[in-house]
Design a protein around this ligand. Structure first.
Ligand code: FMN
Length: 329
């Protein structure tokens, strides 16, 4: 059994399972492993220069000939246009804007036949992205790891599906095939998974961070602005608690991020990422962490999710029965 939705045809992929473009985590090896397994790998290039993006993209191409995408924070315009040219030249199938609608580069991507997706935490954001010409949106509920909004996925995803006529990917604490089946039930076209893939063998994350995810329960995450200046869901630790009474001192994005780098608590994208201190460092994590208890290869995660979604959908189909005791015509 397999599972196919229209976004699979749009991108030429087998399964509607997307690796979130996590800055500092979704590097070439993880991205290629997801694409190679039939899902859609996305490089998390938020903290990368155009030349770093080029070399990561070439590495993905060396590892797989399947389609993949690149995610950047469109809210940081300094290098956006130069990065867009690299993303086009090196053959990405999709560009995903992590923060904001990438209005300045949208037409250029379309001219080069690169699809453009936008991350959305509110219905209005999704409507604006569709009106601007984006090809798909990611509806990300507050339960998601990383920068996140305030609306729960259960409320947000079906409302965004109703509000736009482009494909919707569901995001936020989806860690298994039941989550994929639920997303499809809401009318989404697929899933965009972050935290589950942080706990994958190929993820470039500190062993202490992966271990912390395996040990965490759903109540161990918290939304804070203390790392970047924008609301971000992370594993709660002593550093987050220190800021809890000083929220008025938190600087706006991206100045607070710069402060966090100076404080040595933003280790994800650095070369010495293994040296992170779980008591102080930023560990973006979704509430779905409570259901994650192993570190499999990313391809196995993709296969498991698809298989379990098929079983779940078949089980749900079997629930649809003729009412008992009613005479058939
Ligand atoms: C470690 C980490 C880093 C992230 N970095 C980015 C990023 O750079 N750009 C982006 O669009 N989203 C980023 N996100 C959010 C993801 O794209 C995704 O929406 C989220 O992980 C989904 O929720 P989940 O983690 O519960 O699966 C990040 C998430 C995590 C966990």
């Amino acid at each position: 059994m397999t599972l196919r939705t229209p976004i699979c045809d749009l991108l030429g992929i087998e399964f509607p399972v997307f690796l979130a473009g996590m800055g500092g985590i979704s590097f070439a090896e993880l991205c290629a492993a997801v694409s190679e397994a039939g899902g859609f790998g996305t490089l998390g290039a938020a903290a990368s220069s155009p030349e770093e993006i080029r070399s990561q993209m070439r590495e993905v191409r060396r590892l797989t000939d399947k389609p993949f995408g690149v995610d950047l924070l469109a809210a940081l315009p300094e290098t956006l246009e130069a990065s867009a040219e690299v993303i086009i030249e090196e053959g990405a199938s999709a560009f995903i804007a992590g923060l904001g609608i990438p209005r300045t580069v949208l037409a250029r991507f379309h001219e080069a036949d690169v699809k453009v997706f936008s991350m959305c935490g509110r219905v209005e954001h999704a409507r604006a992205a569709a009106d601007a010409g984006c090809d798909a949106v990611v509806a990300q509920g507050t339960e998601a790891g990383g920068h996140t909004g305030r609306v729960a996925g259960m409320a947000l995803i079906p409302q965004i599906v109703d509000a736009v006529d482009i494909p919707v990917l569901a995001a936020g604490s989806i860690v298994d095939g039941r989550g994929l089946a639920a997303a499809l039930a809401f009318g989404a076209d697929g899933i965009w998974m972050g935290t589950r893939f942080v706990a994958a063998r190929e993820a470039r994350a500190a062993e202490s961070y992966k271990k912390a995810i395996l040990e965490a329960g759903s109540s161990d995450t918290i939304v804070t602005r203390c790392y970047s200046g924008k609301t971000m869901r992370v594993l709660r630790n002593a550093y987050v608690d220190e800021w809890a009474d000083r929220t008025d001192e938190i600087l706006p994005f991206p100045e607070q991020s710069a402060l966090s780098y100076r404080e040595g608590v933003m280790n994800l994208s650095l070369d010495n990422y293994e040296e992170m201190d779980p008591n102080r460092s930023c560990m973006p994590t979704g509430q779905g962490c409570g259901r994650i208890d192993d570190l499999p290869p990313a391809g196995e995660i993709v296969r498991r999710v698809v298989e379990q979604a098929c079983q779940t959908l078949a089980r749900m189909q079997a629930l649809v029965v003729e009412p008992a005791g009613r005479d058939r015509p």
